[in-house]
Design a protein around this ligand. Structure first.
Ligand code: GLU
Length: 560
């Protein structure tokens, strides 16, 4: 028996950023293709010309590449090294639907010829009338071709260039979707209406383009979110009249926030709007949103601001907006390994145990590619647990090889804090990384435990409690040890962690005191606090001059 090569596809509409739901779809499609040594295609569904943009397409491709979800065929993308992802080795492209209009027209004409589809000329007013007539009868509005429809006349009008849509004649029979996740889902006879397959602007609708493309691109498995389930009977109806096969469908569970709401690309708007409402704002608090736009946005729950406008608003209002798009997670310092690992658990799990008997949840992309299965996709809603994602991220960062940590931290800084890259050389970076990696939860926060390094010598703020406990108490006091250690540190050469620690140790032994007596006051002088990363490293990274100047400043500030 010959088995068909598995082909999956991720088919984003380039109308915005790639968000978590999209990442999960892409990841599962990728994993299923890999697991079966098949092919994973990427297709850009840009038939909504008004809402699609090239920059959105590029953003989506770059996000996927960053995540490590590489496609076998699809639009080309050059990465930093100039390597190209995508391309069309089997000539099933082009992979932009807007470039496939001729293909759609050909199939559409066939349907019109067979009278399976027909042009319709209703105006918006006429449709609204039909809709309210149905509402008045408490019926669901379903468009059907009028009994007295004159087909020859309609086709002549269409050919003469009159504006019209093309509709499919809905099948009268029941449609059964055999879903790999949900099982048999039945759509009763008469549930479908004569839906539009070509819009008045000449572009196919999503339903028509998706069906034609899946067939011509040889797609065997369609994995997508459950929000698309209601589209599937339409797709099967089209496949039937077009004489196409039906791919296997797997509809994945919806993703919910911790508060029980459905996770949505509008969640950032929701959080920002809530903050503005709470503050009683009438006008826009930021320059990048004018008052009219602000008022419109405040009044319309479904409206969205651009990503950068929301960031400004969040900053201005002092609220952290929830991360939704890949770009948000990247800016917050998440790494792709952790993000993909966590997202893979949204509606799936490997069903394996760790040695200690707990569920196996931490795994690599290679593991996912080897073990992913459709049978283990759950039916019930998935919950997006931000605390769990953060713990995955922390674990990934803290257990990385030191070199890998440095390079991904530098990548992060080059995008979000490029000034830091020129501030430190390679060996300083290694030292900083060794200080921060053990406690780092996100790359954005990596600078936090070492913020004293970036602060100017005269910007250190001394914590009162630490000053009292460490500098002023005792006889001799911490301050006096600080004065004594200064010349010792001045003489250390080279000024490196091991040498520094040796010198402090020798001093303490000679004075017959514990290391803490000197280490603690030094910590306060360097950082303002009683805690710091290991002392030798802390002093080395600051450099001899800064160390001496911070000791002087601390002594002067607390001299009695
Ligand atoms: N372009 C559709 C979307 O972005 C694809 C849906 C599908 O996978 O069929 O939701």
């Amino acid at each position: 028996m010959s088995t068909r090569e598995v082909v999956t596809r991720f088919a984003p509409s380039p109308t915005g950023h790639l968000h978590i739901g999209g990442v999960r779809t892409a990841l599962f499609c990728w994993a299923w293709a890999k697991k079966n040594q098949g092919r994973f295609l990427l297709r850009v569904e840009d038939t909504d010309q008004a809402r699609s943009s090239e920059s959105s397409t590029r953003g989506i491709l770059k996000d996927l590449a960053w995540l490590g979800i590489d496609w076998d065929e699809g639009p080309e993308l050059a990465d930093d090294e100039g390597v190209v992802l995508g391309g069309d080795p089997r000539s099933v492209g082009p992979f932009f639907q807007a470039k496939r209009l001729e293909i759609y027209t050909q199939h559409l004409n066939e349907l019109i010829e067979k009278d399976c589809a027909y042009p319709a000329f209703d105006t918006a007013e006429e449709l609204a009338e039909l809709r309210s007539a149905a509402e008045a009868k408490k019926e669901t509005f379903r468009y059907h071709r009028a009994e007295d429809y004159d087909r020859d006349d309609a086709i002549a009008r269409m050919n003469a260039g009159e504006s019209c849509v093309v509709r499919l004649r809905a099948p009268a029979q029941e449609i059964v979707v055999n879903d790999c996740v949900l099982g048999e889902v039945r759509f009763g006879a008469g549930e479908l209406d004569d839906f539009v397959i070509r819009k008045a602007d000449g572009y196919p609708t999503y339903h028509f383009a998706v069906v034609v493309d899946d067939e011509l691109m040889g797609v065997t498995h369609v994995l997508r979110g459950q929000e698309h389930l209601m589209n599937t009977p339409r797709h099967q109806a089209l496949q039937k009249v077009l004489g196409f096969g039906t791919p296997s469908y797997a509809h994945m569970p919806l993703i919910f926030n911790a508060d029980g709401s459905k996770m949505s690309k509008r969640d950032k708007d929701k959080a920002a709007r809530k903050a503005c409402k709470a503050a009683g704002l009438k006008d826009s608090p930021v320059a990048c949103i004018d008052d009219a736009e602000f008022t419109r946005w405040m009044g319309d729950k479904r409206s969205q601001l651009a990503s950068d406008q929301l960031s400004w608003l969040g900053r201005e209002m002092g609220v952290e907006l929830p991360e939704i798009d890949v770009e948000d997670f990247r800016a917050s310092g998440y790494v792709p390994e952790a993000l993909c690992n966590y997202v893979a658990l949204l509606g799936w799990n490997p069903g394996m145990k760790c040695e200690d008997g707990t569920d196996l949840e931490r795994f690599s992309m290679a593991f996912l590619a080897e073990h992913f299965s459709l049978e283990r996709i759950g039916k019930s809603n998935a919950k997006f647990d931000r605390a769990k994602l953060l713990s995955f991220n922390a674990h990934t960062l803290q257990t990385m090889e030191a070199g890998a940590f440095v390079s991904c931290w530098k990548d992060y800084l080059s995008l979000y804090q490029p000034e830091m890259l020129t501030r430190f050389d390679d060996s300083q970076f290694e030292l900083l990384a060794s200080m921060t990696q053990p406690r780092c939860k996100t790359l954005r926060d990596a600078l936090e435990p070492i913020s004293f390094v970036i602060a100017g010598d005269d910007e250190i703020v001394f914590d009162d409690k630490a000053v009292r406990k460490v500098l002023l108490k005792g006889e001799p006091s911490g301050l006096s040890f600080l004065a004594e250690i200064e010349p010792v540190l001045r003489a250390v050469e080279p000024f490196q962690a091991d040498e520094i620690e040796e010198a402090i140790k020798a001093f303490c032994e000679a004075r017959e005191i514990g290391m803490g007596k000197v280490a603690q006051p030094l910590r306060v002088a360097m950082t303002g606090l009683g805690v710091s990363p290991p002392l030798g490293q802390t002093l080395e990274i600051l450099g001899q001059q800064a160390v001496l100047s911070r000791i002087d400043r601390c002594a002067a500030a607390h001299a009695t």
